[in-house]
Design a protein around this ligand. Structure first.
Ligand SMILES: C[S@@+](CC[C@H](N)C(=O)[O-])C[C@H]1O[C@@H](n2cnc3c(N)ncnc32)[C@H](O)[C@@H]1O
Length: 228
């Protein structure tokens, strides 16, 4: 039993809430500049991908896909640039060769079998997911050897059944699974691709989309977990 002040939602119900499905969130970060991936991640994605013959970048919660589109203009012709978002691009724009924008929920989406990426990013996307740990468990298998997974994460968005923060046990489990967490930048990283999904010993109890703002000032989704 949880002491959440509100009923907890499953992923399908969550996707229909105004916190997750709205067109006011910042979906338009570019590759570099003030409102950009380079700024939010603290490194230029092109610096990771440049020099590779056939760079592969997977962007989770890709919004309008502007960073991928900008990268396509400078990366080699064989680049694979995949964006996945619950909501497809809201503004019609030409889609450069190599850019694929998938409209799907990350609650269920996985890359095609056998495809791995040199860079996997999730810029301010995990805040809106219900079962964040299920995605993080699967995502360790998505980078290629030498590849990098990096995502913004608010550890306090994890709650125990009594409503207290589950940040400490969740971060401990993520570290045990090979993740590192940079608190000042709120960035979670994984650099050793794994052959199988990580074991993160928590049961997902449901999500609360009315938990309030996180450190960004934007409303986020609290994820209730039961340590196993
Ligand atoms: C704050 S926006 C960030 C978009 C992009 N990364 C950027 O920085 O411009 C968060 C994105 O997460 C997407 N999102 C929310 N829940 C999702 C889910 N379950 N699966 C895939 N995308 C989701 C939203 O549609 C939205 O585009």
């Amino acid at each position: 039993m949880t002491l959440s002040p509100r009923p907890l939602l499953g992923d399908a119900e969550l996707a229909r809430t105004s916190v997750v499905a709205n067109n006011t969130m910042n979906r338009g970060r570019g590759l570099s500049g003030v409102n950009s991936y380079a700024r939010e991640l603290g490194f230029d994605p092109l610096a990771r991908l440049g020099g590779l013959d056939r760079p592969r970048w997977l962007d989770l919660c890709s919004g309008e896909g502007l960073a991928l589109r900008a990268a396509a203009a400078v990366l080699p012709a064989g680049a694979v640039l995949t964006g996945v978002d619950l909501v497809g691009p809201l503004l019609p724009r030409p889609r450069p060769t190599g850019v694929e924008l998938v409209t799907a929920s990350l609650a269920t989406w996985s890359p095609p079998p056998g495809r791995r990426y040199d860079l996997v990013t999730c810029v301010h996307g995990l805040h809106y997911l219900g079962d964040k740990l299920a995605l993080l468990a699967r995502a360790v298998t998505w980078p290629a050897p030498g590849g990098l997974f990096v995502a913004h994460l608010d550890p306090d968005s994890f709650r125990l059944p009594d409503g207290r923060s589950a940040a400490r046990p969740v971060l401990r489990a993520l570290r045990d699974a090979g993740y590192t967490y940079h608190g000042r930048r709120h960035l979670l990283r994984h650099e050793d691709p794994a052959d199988r999904p990580a074991v993160l010993p928590f049961a997902h109890l449901g999500a609360d989309p009315q938990a309030g703002p996180n450190w960004t000032g934007q409303p986020g989704v609290a994820t209730y977990v039961q340590p196993l």
